[in-house]
Design a binder for this molecule. Sequence first.
Ligand code: ASP
Length: 347
Amino acid sequence: MRIILPFLIAVSLLVSCTSTSDNASDSKSTMDSVPKKPLEYGLAIHGGAGVIRRENMTEAYEAEVREVLAKALELGENTLKAGMPAEQAVITVISYLEDAPQFNAGKGAVFTYEGTNELDASIMRGKDLSAGAVSGVTGVKHPIQLAQKVMDESVHVMLSGDGAQTFAKEQGLEIVDPSYFHTDRRYESWKKARARADAKPQMSENGKFGTVGCVALDKDGHLAAGTSTGGMTLKRWGRIGDAPVIGAGTYADDRSCAVSATGHGEYFIRYAVAHDIAARMLHGGKSLVDAGDDVIREELKKAGGDGGVISIDKTGTIHMPFNTPGMYRGFVTPTDRGVAIFDDETF
Ligand code: ASP
């Protein structure tokens, strides 16, 4: 059964684990992930890419993270099984991950240079190319839900800062005191990073990006993608990463695929990563696997842009390429499921 599944998880086979993010794997997928016939539904998630290695993680923490990812998949699958739209699965999954302090989104967000938590999120619907995004919000419990409100209840695509927060209140979303986002673990990372003489924006901690994302294909054949993050530790001056930028960190188009990214946002913006993968499929006739590998493992890697994406197309093919030593990730379809962290793991 497994061998006919789409998930090749291209990520992994023949990938050699390397010692820094700079020389992470660049091997290509070793099998194609196209299913023999289109799958009824499918969903993939990520919880960030980066320098993620077994030796740097306790067994207990690894088990905890895997459990959260498995639960997120279960919630997403239940939504899709019930015949709900892909977009609803994305909202359900990301709201759950925003509540999980293990990840750099919602509760668990990293700290800015000034010691605040500023959140970014976006969502896109493949059916009609509708999109909504928010950046720099400080008191909205679930930024992904605010992004959905922007998409459905406003005439805009992206709102930022105080204005976004005012809109969230008008829409009746849950507002929290900014202190809600404080976690000791992120705070300690921030203190250490801030104390360094050359304190510069960096991944959430120890070289890990912890952004969360979800892509889904529903029973009606529609795609959706969403991404939510606290951005990068020590980000300054209202910095906005790729997560809320449609076409960079998030993209969905029923004609090609749905993509959610994690990694060094500045690169993902400059290379319009999510849209580039979709465009290579739509205009270049590439498969999801080739398009993703070319962008993440070739182009972005050459440029020095660390990170990865999760992606799904209309047939239920799921591809999750990354160019770092690990990426928290998982997938579910009617026939299989899996959670993985390291680059040598296959499903
Ligand atoms: N892409 C995010 C950013 O640059 C960081 C991450 O993936 O964790 O804001």
